[in-house]
Design a protein around this ligand. Structure first.
Ligand code: OAD
Length: 238
């Protein structure tokens, strides 16, 4: 059945990494249940109190470093490598954990950046650097200009990564199969991708533990754990 689709886009969210032991954002035990989103999740909050921001994002780093890709990440990577070169396949992710690439996925667009990298908030020209430091004692400074040093992730009230967003939009222009996995559908622009995909005539499939926000936009809704349901679904396409 995969041969029916020449352009496939898979959108992933925090639910895909839940089986790797990483917290989701919303719902019981979610990051925004434990931490005030205004203070910890917005760019304004981070600039006002970067020590608090680093407390949260720094604490996620060792957890993410220790996490291993689970069956959902691995199934996506294996599916991609099984495709013929004529099929275009993109994983566009809201996750900042890098687990898709660690599982072997090659074509990944990271809409919200990557937490194991840091950059200058002032945009002084200092390139972003791989960074696993947790900065518990003091707020770090940019090594070039001394400005605020921040995790290379997208916070609320910032735009998503430009390059990743364009790659996704290009893929959505003629997408034939769109699958959203492990995302509650609350955050833009990813939440609107399903509508774009539908407008382009794509078949749209949701794989999620529970109903998502705009779920009526999906032709097919598969409720369950991504690490169980996604491998089966991808196998059914083979
Ligand atoms: P959410 O936490 O909003 O949603 C995760 C979804 O995954 C929920 O609907 C859960 O029911 C579902 N879920 C949990 N475990 C699952 C599993 N094992 N299998 C399948 N589904 C499961 O996370 P996102 O939608 O990814 O952005 O959140 C989007 C963005 O909001 C994040 O990237 C982050 C956050 O604020 C920023 O920080 C900018």
């Amino acid at each position: 059945m995969a041969a029916r689709f020449h352009n496939i886009v898979v959108l992933t969210g925090a639910g895909v990494s839940a089986a790797s032991g990483l917290p989701t954002y919303r719902g019981a035990g979610g990051v925004w249940e434990k931490h005030n989103v205004e203070t910890f999740g917005t760019i304004e909050g981070f600039r006002r109190a970067p020590d608090k921001g680093w407390q949260l994002f720094g604490s996620l780093r060792p957890m993410i470093e220790a996490a291993q890709p689970n069956a959902a990440h691995i199934a996506l990577a294996q599916f991609e490598s099984s495709l013929s070169p004529q099929v275009r396949f993109l994983v566009t992710t809201q996750n900042v954990d890098g687990l898709h690439q660690r599982a072997g996925s090659r074509n990944v667009a990271e809409l919200h950046g990557r937490i194991m990298r840091s950059r200058c908030d002032a945009g002084c020209g200092q390139p972003a650097l791989d960074d696993s430091d947790v900065y518990v004692d003091e707020v770090p400074k940019c090594p070039s200009c001394g400005g605020l040093w921040r995790p290379d992730i997208v916070l609320f009230n910032e735009i998503t990564d430009v390059e990743a967003t364009w790659r996704t939009k290009r893929a959505l222009r003629d997408v034939e199969l769109f699958v959203a996995v492990g995302t509650s559908g609350n955050v833009s622009p990813a939440s609107s991708f399903v509508r774009w995909a539908r407008d382009m005539g794509a078949r749209t499939v949701l794989v999620n533990a529970e109903p998502a926000r705009d779920e009526e936009a999906f032709h097919e809704r598969l409720y369950g754990k991504a690490e169980v349901v996604l491998p089966r679904f991808l196998e059914s396409l083979a």
